[in-house]
Write a protein that binds this ligand. Structure first.
Ligand code: NAD
Ligand code: UDP
Length: 343
């Protein structure tokens, strides 16, 4: 009986929060994995447990530069492009680099995938919808973004990255998949990256004031990372005709104030709540329509917000180390959640 050829996978951005979770799942499934990452926002510790493991390799490299020749000849079957800082303070710190990562980096990775005859998946974002006038957001909504504001390097960068991907696909050069990821959280988030889930949990755990930007009435819909990774893997494996971009996210929508309330309750924290100015162009609401992911990939999220936060809080408690307050979550290790099988 002929055995299935081995998947050989390049994960650009694989040292980051989502990328490192994805790498674990790919290795579990028997793929060989090479991570390409400049460690700008990713962390070596996210991959430390894989050092020396057969079938795993790490290459430090910025995707805006020509890809290293050492990658040629490995016969890659799949290229995941997750390379891009994702937290607003991180992607706004060097907006020129963020834009170039999305444009030049995408082009370098698409050309590489073309040379390898590999399928390519772009990690796009709900930010392509900007501050949406349509709610919830379906893939055929074209968005309401600013091309001049402080978020534009990311929002417009990702829109350009999608354009390039679909141009390569239309020309028959690369078989592409584009996932539009909605706010995702879970273990391996950088405690200092400035996103609301990491900020609020770390503030609650250390007893410092919890920061709400604006009046807290803006909404987001938070997806647990294991659910997201499952959706990404299913989309990459999807063999039908080009499906266009596919939303992956958890449609349970809540206000930022509601999120804060839940975190304070789950941590038992007595942190005060403090309001800070709302960042420019901060979207007022965001919720995915996941009908397409359901019909195309038979995917829907399985982890509730309560379950996901219960797995994420101990991870951050472990990260806080000595600064850890008087809350005990049993060793600081996140408990693994049952995962849906991909097939
Ligand atoms: P992250 O910042 O933890 O990971 C991004 C990774 O890309 C990091 O390891 C970083 O070092 C690397 N990187 C950045 N620029 C690079 C470059 N020029 N060359 C090589 N490596 C580079 O963020 P994340 O949350 O894991 O996000 C991963 C991907 O998913 C990103 O593309 C992001 O836009 C997308 N996404 C994430 C979310 C979310 O809620 N986390 C939402 C929508 C989209
Ligand atoms: N936010 C907040 N307090 C924080 C960090 C963020 O209230 O400490 C708000 C932010 O203004 C936004 C929401 O939480 O309205 C989600 O922010 P995040 O940076 O996590 O994601 P994004 O804005 O990219 O959706």
């Amino acid at each position: 009986m002929a055995s299935r050829p081995k998947d050989v996978v390049l994960v650009a951005g694989g040292a980051g929060f989502i990328g490192s979770n994805l790498v674990d799942r790919l290795l579990e499934r028997g793929a060989d994995v090479v991570v390409l990452d400049n460690l700008q926002t990713g962390r070596a510790e996210n991959l430390a447990h894989l050092r020396g493991r057969e079938g795993f390799d790490f290459v430090e490299h910025d995707v805006t530069e020509q890809l290293p020749q050492s990658l040629d000849g490995r016969g890659f079957t799949h290229v995941f492009n997750l390379a891009c800082a994702a937290s607003p303070p991180a992607y706004q710190a060097d907006p020129e680099h963020t834009m170039l990562t999305n444009v030049l980096g995408s082009r370098n990775l698409l050309r590489f995938a073309e040379g390898q005859r590999a399928r390519y998946l772009l990690a796009s974002t709900s930010e392509v919808y900007g501050d949406p006038e349509v709610h919830p957001q379906r893939e055929d909504y074209r968005g309401w973004t600013s091309c001049t504001g402080p978020r534009a390097c990311y929002d417009e960068g990702k829109r350009a990255a999608e354009t390039l991907a679909f141009d390569f696909d239309r020309a028959g050069r690369v078989d592409v998949r584009v996932v539009r990821i909605f706010n995702t959280y879970g273990p391996r988030m950088d405690p200092d990256d400035g996103r609301v889930v990491s900020n609020v949990i770390c503030q609650a755990l250390s007893g410092t004031p919890v920061t709400i930007y604006g009046d807290g009435s803006q909404t987001r819909s938070f997806c647990y990372v294991d659910d997201l990774v499952e959706g990404i893997l299913r989309l990459m494996a999807y063999d039908g005709p080009q499906p266009g971009p596919v939303n992956i996210g958890n449609p349970q929508e809540l206000t930022v104030s509601d999120l804060v309330e839940r975190v304070l309750r789950l941590t038992g924290s007595t942190s005060a709540v403090t309001n800070r100015p709302l960042p420019v162009d901060d979207p007022r609401r965001r919720r995915p329509d996941i009908g397409l992911a359901g019909s195309l990939l038979q995917w829907s999220p399985r982890v509730s917000l309560e379950q996901g936060l219960a797995a994420t809080i101990p991870y951050f408690a472990g990260q806080l180390g000595d600064a850890r307050p008087a809350f005990d979550f049993g060793g600081g290790q996140a408990q693994p959640l049952p995962l849906a099988a991909a097939e």
